[in-house]
Write a protein that binds this ligand. Structure first.
Ligand code: PEP
Ligand code: MG
Length: 591
């Protein structure tokens, strides 16, 4: 019988972080990573632990066979065959041997031993650079969490297996490393209880052009697995059991959006130049080599930020210099003569390597991350810098250091670049001797010391995602205080202006690669503040370009003058929005 509570349209409101509309079945992902107790077991009781493992495997086998039977009835035998792989895991002799060994070696309970084994097993699969095996890692997570559920006496969390068919994922949280691994074919979009617009999961969703809504609060507890839903990545809504009227309205909206995108695509090869002739470099932020096509398709003039972290996460070992070189080289060759700005590793914050056991910190965003980490972990930094230098032979590669807080770090980083150039020269390996290095300005101290930094590098790129969080002391991941995260706060705008002016006085250029650059409502303001380059999510390049082409730099400057003398961030936002709307009304008609 249908539950009356569950029928009828229900709307969950969150924060829209990645544009697009999708509709389909919901798969609620419950977090598998619950506390797994570990305790010592007396020698005499160890065989009992092994017996419990065997029992859990038998139980799991019965459950999987049952799910397989249901799936083959509901779908077809081919879909059900995916579970054969699950069954094979249960029969794998290494599983029983390894877990038994752990139980005896460490004299611990079976849950803890199994948990340790399963973690390693999945990580090994993921580390193999093969998309098929990486998808299998997701399957494996399903089966191992099922075994763990049985050991812990918990009811299995989700059935049937995730991603058997296209679905909308709903979860309490999806860390960026998991978003990067999502099965693209069967993931329509996702919604999470927590998160914010500048979390790396949201940024990744925009790169993947996957509709996403975050900050849905308790939706993952309320929405039922298997429900039909519509996810609106423009308005930040998840609508469960959408009515015919809702579906009709969204159908119309989708049509209007598609026709607007087709029109914007006509600008692909046109420059981002204002009506009164100011040329802006409009480039794209990317996270993986797979984003290259989107960069070209949307007509970006190169890459303004390559977040190299994703080359390092979701694997068990570090990428070698050669492996990195191949990726950087491929990018540079594909985009030349446009520039490719490669940011050195920015680990920490919300991006971690599972295999590097980094200390757990109270405030990871204020901790041992980015350049701070690289300046200490010299071998990691050396491999990356050498790979970037080696990829620079077409003279379109630039390197960029994240989280510079003052001149000391920039001096050290520059000195290392010179040292590795000398090494390469000795080894007769070619590179661009005039490669440009830039500093990300994302810490208020760097913005305020911009004049000194500008004498030590060839460009600045404002990382406004972090600059805002540090200036306003608002954690960029925390949806509870998302309303305080205000890009148009007068303090933030003054730091931007200060930075751009210092750059220009020193004769270098200054861009923005934070998410502010991707918001067309803020384009007039950024132009007025004097920015030379904007680097946005690839899919947002056409919108920002269309707007730039309808603006006059003179109007933008007047807006910025107003903003720099205004006390209210909200008023500044409204003025910038109003100027953007009056310049390009069509762009905002469907938002
Ligand atoms: C930023 O902080 O604005 C930025 C571009 O870097 P990330 O979002 O990767 O921290
Ligand atoms: Mg940053």
């Amino acid at each position: 019988m249908s539950d009356p509570q569950q029928s009828g349209e229900r709307v969950y409101k969150g924060i829209a972080v990645s544009a697009g509309i999708c509709q389909g079945k919901v798969l609620v992902l419950h977090q598998a990573a619950v506390e797994v107790p570990q305790y010592e077991v007396a020698e005499a009781d160890l065989p009992g632990q092994v017996q419990r493992l065997q029992q859990a495997l038998v139980e799991t086998r019965q459950q999987i066979l049952e799910v397989q039977r249901q799936v083959s009835q509901a779908l077809n035998a081919k879909d059900a065959s995916i579970f054969d792989a699950h069954l094979l895991v249960l029969e794998d002799p290494t599983l029983i041997e390894s877990v038994t060994q752990l139980i005896y070696q460490k004299k611990i309970n079976v849950e803890a031993a199994f948990h340790e084994f399963a973690d390693k097993y999945q990580a090994t699969l993921r580390a193999i650079n093969d998309p098929y095996l990486q998808e299998r890692a997701t399957d494996m997570r399903d089966v191992t969490s099922r075994i763990l559920d049985n050991l812990l006496g918990r009811r299995p969390q989700h059935e049937p297996s995730p991603l058997l068919e296209p679905c909308i994922l709903i979860a309490e949280d999806l860390p960026p490393s998991e978003v990067a691994l999502l099965n693209r074919k069967n993931t329509l979009g996702f919604g999470t209880d927590v998160g914010s617009k500048t979390s790396h999961s949201a940024i990744m969703a925009r790169s993947l052009q996957l509709p996403a809504v975050v900050g849905l609060q308790t939706a993952s507890q309320k929405i039922q697995n298997g429900a039909t839903a519509l996810l609106d990545g423009y308005g930040g809504l998840v609508i469960v059991n959408p009515s015919d009227q809702t579906l009709f309205e969204y159908g119309q909206l989708t049509k209007r959006r598609v026709s607007m995108e087709d029109k914007l695509h006509e600008l692909q090869f046109l420059p981002a130049v204002t009506l009164d002739g100011k040329q802006i470099v409009l480039s794209a932020n990317i996270e993986q080599i797979g984003d290259l096509e989107a960069v070209k398709f949307h007509g970006a003039e190169g890459v303004g930020l390559f977040r190299t972290e994703y080359l390092f996460i979701n694997r068990e070992s570090l990428p070698t210099e050669e492996e990195q070189f191949q990726v950087y080289r491929q990018l540079a060759a594909a985009l030349k003569p446009h520039p490719v700005i490669i940011r050195t590793l920015d680990l920490g914050g919300d991006k971690f390597l599972s295999h590097l056991k980094l200390p757990v910190e109270m405030n990871p965003f204020l901790g041992w991350r980015a350049i701070r980490f690289c300046l200490e972990e010299r071998e990691i930094f050396r491999a990356q810098l050498r790979a970037i230098l080696r990829a620079s032979t077409d003279a379109n590669v630039k390197l960029m250091f994240p989280m510079i807080s003052g001149v000391g770090e920039l001096d050290q980083a520059n000195a290392l670049v010179e040292q590795y150039k000398a090494e390469l020269r000795q080894e007769n390996i070619p590179f661009d001797p005039n490669i440009h290095a830039g500093a990300m300005i994302e810490i208020p101290s760097a913005a305020l010391a911009a004049d000194a930094l500008a004498r030590r590098c060839q460009f600045f790129s404002l990382g406004t995602n972090d600059l805002i969080q540090y200036s306003l002391a608002v954690d960029r991941l925390n949806e509870k205080i998302a309303h305080l995260y205000q890009p148009t706060h007068p303090a933030v705008l003054r730091l931007i202006k200060w930075t751009a002016d210092a750059a220009h006085r020193a004769g270098i250029w200054c861009g923005v690669c934070g998410e502010m650059a991707s918001d067309p409502a803020l384009t007039p303001l950024l132009l007025g503040l004097g920015l030379d380059e904007l680097s946005t999510a690839p899919s947002l390049v056409p919108q920002v370009k269309a707007l730039i082409r309808q603006l006059k730099i003179q109007d933008a400057k007047e807006l910025a003058d107003f903003a720099l003398n205004c006390e209210s961030g909200q008023e500044i936002l409204e003025r910038s929005q109003a100027l953007a709307k009056s310049a390009a009304p069509g762009l905002f008609a469907n938002s």
